[in-house]
Design a protein around this ligand. Structure first.
Ligand code: AP5
Length: 192
């Protein structure tokens, strides 16, 4: 199995690059943001609870997200997948520890953590631009976008150090054209 984490701040291009990578490497995309938005669209209890946090640009509590991703992995494993791309997960140290436990319990490897490096100025510009058409409440104003970046700096950035210690972290320049960044990601994956 090939299992990857696509890591990086909001707007760094995780979702955009996942699209190409899942096609090229035949992987299953697991985006906690997409799963949560689908729970909101279906008005489930989990979705309604998560919405309160997401609309403010704050992370959803760990226990909610960890339980949710665990069920998704189980459902995918039943279908004999070639591997996973985790997008937007893990976002805290407890989430990273939970994923390690889950993977080791299932006896599957975590091969690489690909971290997209983008300046804050570029992140804010991309998300404000997307906010004009995305309909996402958390893309609508600069204050909420900056709050998402603050959450990232405080709670998520330490996760990079967690994987650096495991020698799994690869930093990739996340500015440039989508194709240029895709090529850098593929190079890092193919070097495995
Ligand atoms: P989530 O949906 O994961 O959003 P995010 O990480 O905040 O960021 P985005 O999806 O907006 O960015 P991205 O890096 O995927 O970039 P994209 O490719 O879309 O999370 C939303 C919320 O859910 C969180 O705030 C939190 O509340 C909750 N949540 C989710 N996971 C959680 C977890 N694990 N724990 C707790 N809470 C969780 O690109 C962005 C824009 O840039 C697009 O318009 C794109 O077209 C453009 N773009 C992409 N690449 C380029 C490029 N090279 N040049 C120019 N523009 C580009």
């Amino acid at each position: 199995m090939l299992n990857l984490i696509l890591f990086g701040p909001p707007g760094s291009g995780k979702g955009t690059q996942s699209e190409g990578l899942i096609k090229k490497y035949q992987l299953q995309h697991l985006s906690t943001g997409d799963i949560l938005r689908s729970e909101i669209a279906n008005q489930t209890a989990l979705g309604l609870e998560a919405k309160k946090f997401m609309d403010k640009g704050i992370l959803v509590p760990d226990e909610v997200v960890i339980g949710m991703i665990g069920s998704k992995i189980d459902a995918c494993m039943a279908q004999d997948v070639a591997g996973f791309i985790f997008d937007g997960f893990p976002r805290t140290i407890p989430q990273a520890e939970a994923l390690d436990r889950l993977m080791s319990f299932k006896n599957i490897p975590l091969n690489k953590v690909l971290s997209l490096e983008v300046s804050e100025q570029e992140l804010v510009k991309r998300l404000l631009e997307r906010g004009t058409t995305s309909g996402r409440a958390d893309d609508q104003n600069e204050e909420i976008i900056r709050q998402r970046v603050v959450e990232y700096r405080i709670k998520t950035e330490p996760v990079a150090g967690f994987y650096d210690k495991q020698k799994k972290l690869v930093r990739i320049k996340g500015e440039g054209t989508v194709d240029e960044i895709f090529t850098s990601l593929c190079k890092a994956i193919d070097s495995l």
